[in-house]
Ligand binder design. Structure first.
Ligand SMILES: *Cc1c(COP(=O)(O)O)cnc(C)c1O
Length: 424
C-alpha cells in the first residue's frame, strides 16, 4: 500500500480498486487455466521441432539456410495446427500481414467479403473504402460488406446473398478493434466459416487474429480458417518480439502471401532474420502468460469502470475472446484523462503527457498512451481511442499483471483528481 501511495495512488482509489478484485478470483483462475493449456502447446511445439541454441543465430543478406527462421515457422504451424506459416521481421505490422495475405490471394476480378461489418480502420484504405492509391479498388478487386445484426450476431441470409461467383476471400475480424461490437469466440468463427463454406466451398476464409491469440484454448485455424493473421507486437510476440507479423495457414495461401512479401518464385527461402530469432522464440514462449496478464488487466478495468457506471465492452461478467477492453467514457476530457493516467503507469516515458494527433491510417484524431519497451507494442500497457463520440477508451496489454493493475489504478486516479468521476 505504501508503494501505491508513493506511486501516486490515493486511499480512495486504492481501496475502491482492491474491492473490485475480490469478485474476479474465479475468472482469474479460468484465465490461468487457459494460459496453462497454451503454454503446454507452445512448449511441446518447441520440443517437437528440437529447438536448440543454434537457432538463435542471425543471418544477413539473402538469408539462405537460416534454420532459426525456418524453425520459428514450423513451431507456429504446429501451434496453429496449420500446414505452413510465415513469421517474419520484414512484416512491418498487423496491417501489413493482412495486406500480404489478401494481396497474395486475391486477383483482379475477385471479390473480398467482410461478413462481420466494417473492418479495422487501417483496412479501409487497403480495400479502397476510403480512396487510396494502390488499394484493391485500383487493381479491380471489389469488396462487399455485410453488417452484423443488431444483437451482434451474423446475418446469415445476407451473407448467403452477398456471396457470388467472384467471392474469393472472406475476411473475419476476431477482435472488435476500434468498434463497439462484441469480439467473436473461436467457436462462433467456426460456425461462420462452416456456413460460408457450405455456400461456396472454395472460398478462402482468412481470420484477422490480432489480439485474439492465446485468449482461448484453440485458434480459428482449429475450426476451419484457411489463414490466421496477426502482429508480433501484440499477443504472440510476448512483449519481446521487436517487430513482425505472421500468417499461419494452408500451404497454398501462405505461398501466395510470401510471393508478395519477397517475389513470385522466390518464396520462403529468402529473408535474413537480422538477429530477431531469439526474441521471436522467447517471446512466443512467454506469450501465453503475457496474454493472461493482459486478460486479467482487461477484466480488472471492466470491473473498475462498470462499477463506476460506465459501459464496458465486454462487461466484467462476459466471456473474453481478445485482450481489448473498451470503456465508454462519454466525454473527450475523460478519454484524454484515462490515457494520461495509463501513461503515468508505464515503465517507460511515464513523465510524458499524451496529446490527440492525426495518426496515419486513421480517420479521426487519436489519443494514445504507450510507455513501452518496444515502440507502439500494444501487448504492453497501452490505451488509445479515436476522438469521436461516445469517446471510448480502448485499453489493452500489460506484460505483467501487477504493472497493468497499477496502470489501471492510475487511469482512475487521473480522472478522480480532475473531478471527472466520483468514487463512493
Ligand atoms: C492491431 C490490429 C490490426 C492492425 O495492426 P497494426 O499492427 O496496428 O497494423 C488489424 N486488425 C485488428 C483487429 C487489430 O487489432
Amino acid at each position: 500500500m505504501n508503494l501505491y501511495k508513493a506511486g501516486g495512488i490515493s486511499d480512495e482509489v486504492y481501496y475502491y480498486c482492491e474491492d473490485r478484485l475480490e469478485r474476479l478470483k474465479s475468472r482469474f483462475e479460468e484465465i490461468d487455466r487457459i494460459s496453462e493449456v497454451n503454454q503446454l502447446k507452445v512448449l511441446l511445439a518447441m520440443q517437437k521441432n528440437n529447438l536448440s541454441e543454434r537457432h538463435f543465430q542471425s543471418s544477413t543478406g539473402y538469408g539462405y539456410n537460416d534454420d532459426g527462421r525456418d524453425i520459428i515457422e514450423k513451431i507456429y504451424a504446429d501451434i496453429f495446427h496449420t500446414e505452413d506459416a510465415l513469421v517474419r521481421p520484414h512484416i512491418t505490422c498487423g496491417t501489413h500481414a493482412l495486406t500480404l495475405a489478401l494481396f497474395g490471394n486475391l486477383r483482379p476480378g475477385d471479390e473480398l467479403l467482410s461478413p462481420v461489418g466494417k473492418p479495422y480502420d487501417t483496412m479501409e484504405e487497403i480495400i479502397g473504402i476510403r480512396e487510396q492509391e494502390g488499394s484493391f479498388a485500383e487493381y479491380g478487386i471489389t469488396y462487399k460488406q455485410v453488417e452484423l445484426k443488431s444483437d451482434g450476431s451474423f446475418d446469415l441470409d445476407a451473407i448467403k446473398k452477398a456471396i457470388n461467383k467472384k467471392t474469393k476471400v472472406v475476411m473475419i475480424q476476431r477482435s472488435k478493434g476500434y468498434d463497439s461490437r462484441p469480439s467473436f469466440s473461436v467457436a462462433q468463427i467456426g460456425e461462420l466459416i462452416s456456413f460460408v463454406k457450405s455456400v461456396k466451398p472454395d472460398i478462402i476464409c482468412m481470420v484477422d487474429n490480432c489480439y485474439g491469440e492465446f485468449t482461448e484454448e484453440i485458434e480459428p485455424s482449429d475450426v476451419g480458417a484457411d489463414m490466421c493473421v496477426g502482429s508480433l507486437i501484440k499477443n504472440p510476440g510476448g512483449g519481446l518480439a521487436p517487430i513482425g507479423g505472421y500468417i499461419a495457414g494452408k500451404t497454398s495461401c501462405v505461398r501466395n502471401a510470401v510471393y508478395r512479401l519477397t517475389a513470385p518464385g522466390l518464396g520462403k527461402e529468402l529473408g535474413a532474420s537480422l538477429g530477431v530469432n531469439r526474441s521471436f522464440l522467447q517471446g512466443l514462449f512467454l506469450a501465453p502468460t503475457v496474454t493472461a496478464s493482459a486478460l486479467k488487466a482487461a477484466l480488472f478495468a471492466a470491473s473498475v469502470y462498470s462499477d463506476l457506471g460506465f459501459k464496458t465492452i465486454p462487461g466484467p461478467d462476459e466471456s473474453r475472446h481478445d485482450i481489448i477492453q473498451a470503456v465508454v467514457l462519454e466525454k473527450a476530457e475523460r478519454l484524454i484523462s484515462f490515457c494520461r493516467g495509463i501513461q503515468k503507469g508505464a515503465p517507460v516515458d511515464s513523465y510524458v503527457t499524451p496529446e490527440p494527433w492525426d495518426m496515419p491510417g486513421y480517420e479521426d484524431k487519436v489519443i494514445m498512451a504507450a510507455g513501452s519497451f518496444i515502440s507502439g507494442a500494444s501487448i504492453e500497457l497501452s490505451a488509445d481511442g479515436p476522438l469521436r463520440p461516445p469517446y471510448t477508451a480502448f485499453f489493452q496489454g500489460g506484460i505483467t499483471w501487477p504493472s497493468a493493475k497499477f496502470g489501471i489504478m492510475m487511469s482512475l486516479q487521473d480522472m478522480y483528481e480532475n473531478g471527472l468521476v466520483t468514487i463512493n
